[in-house]
Design a protein around this ligand. Structure first.
Ligand code: SF4
Length: 379
């Protein structure tokens, strides 16, 4: 199902978005407007708790403050251009239009409860319009870099999906399938959409802090995953942040020659340098790293490659997500046989490296960055 939205001129204004303010900056702003600092908390809760779509909807605020904010700022910078839903209704992909006309993708994936985990709703956000890194399997990468997203533009994607998720909760409560206490909203956020999050480091981290804030959306840090092609300096920097987020590194090959064929970044930062940064990250944070490995038939899916990968990762606190490529995707890549994926996994296990073969989401709507990364996520 596809829904196209009209483009109202609500973005004709060049007022900055209030979503670009962190908590402390918002407090400063409110004081500068001549209001007591505690009013900033009310604005914050209206934005991220009540999801107020406009200042006029922030009815807990004094009218004078609403007026002052309205004059100088807007609430959101994004609008829905296209809304796709997969046939099985498990996945929604939204194309958002930014105020300068740039288009970005965001995906909502619904996972039913299983024996190990509760049901969850995961949002995959974009951090850049376009991408400079040019991975050959990725449609975004082929389009080139357009610009960085602001922290507010990253957070706004989650807010829009949270609205959808809350509406679904309400419908289930009305139908008696869920109690009010079982409201769920968005449970997980993965930074795996368009762009390289660590190449937009400050805005990505600012967005993580907003999403994680307990007076707002309150998405637990352990339910947030930052995915990177592997920028060693930024991985080291991330290790020093006081954050419990998950880190996922796209490896996709076990040797430099094979990796450089699909990921040009490997020429600048070869596997050895990348894994050194990963080991330092694990040492410092004591947190497991997730490695993503897209299985491409006859390219990187042999047991010899698996053994090489096993030797590389042996002894590291990590988990490998094996992602059989989607056969309908662009590019000369084919999906490996099921037995090949299983043999790959067994070989890793023999080296003591744990792994999971990931199931795909939203295949019929091309969900996610470059039609690859968001298909099989760390829900
Ligand atoms: S896969 Fe990610 S990092 Fe690579 S080109 Fe696509 S958006 Fe950029």
């Amino acid at each position: 199902m596809t829904t196209f939205a009209n483009s109202p001129d609500r973005f004709a204004s060049d007022r900055p978005s209030i979503l670009d303010f962190g908590k402390e900056d918002l407090e400063k702003l409110v004081v500068e407007l001549g209001e007591p600092a505690y009013r900033a908390r009310q604005v914050w809760k209206s934005l991220y708790g009540s999801l107020a779509p406009s200042f006029a909807d922030m009815t807990t605020l004094a009218k004078s403050l609403r007026g002052k904010l309205e004059q100088a700022y807007t609430v959101s910078d994004i609008e829905t251009a296209v809304h796709d839903r997969s046939r099985d209704a498990s996945t929604d992909k939204l194309l958002f239009r930014l105020r300068d006309g740039e288009l970005i993708e965001t995906v909502l994936m619904r996972y039913a409860a299983d024996d190990h985990r509760k049901s969850r709703k995961t949002v995959c956000v974009s951090t850049q319009a376009g991408c400079a890194l040019g991975c050959t399997f990725c449609a975004t990468g082929q389009q080139g870099f357009r610009r960085q997203l602001s922290s507010g533009e990253i957070v706004a994607q989650v807010i829009e999906m949270e609205r959808l998720a809350r509406a679904e909760d309400d419908a289930e409560i009305a139908a008696g399938r869920r109690t009010r206490g079982e409201r769920q909203g968005v449970t997980n956020v993965v930074f795996m959409g368009m762009g390289e999050p660590l190449a937009n480091y400050d805005n990505t981290l600012a967005a993580v802090r907003v999403l994680n804030d307990e007076q707002g959306l309150h998405i637990g840090a352990r339910h947030i995953t930052i995915s990177t092609v592997g920028l060693p300096r930024q991985i080291e920097r991330l290790a020093g942040e006081d954050l419990q987020v998950n880190l996922a590194v796209s490896l996709h090959a076990a040797d430099d020659r094979t990796r450089a064929e699909t990921m040009p970044i490997n020429r600048r930062h070869p596997i050895g340098e990348l894994l050194e940064a990963c080991r330092a990250y694990v040492d410092r944070t004591k947190r497991r790293i997730f490695f993503e490995y897209v299985l491409l038939r006859d390219q990187n899916d042999s047991t010899a490659q698996a053994a090489k990968l096993g030797r590389l990762l042996q002894g590291m606190l990590c988990h490998v997500n094996l992602i059989p490529v989607n056969p309908t995707g662009a590019g000369p890549y084919a999906r490996p046989q099921r037995e090949t994926s299983a043999a790959f996994q067994e070989t890793l296990a023999r080296h003591g490296v744990p792994s999971t073969v990931r199931t795909e989401k939203g295949i019929d709507i091309n969900a996610g960055c470059g039609q690859l990364r968001a298909r099989a996520l760390i829900g």
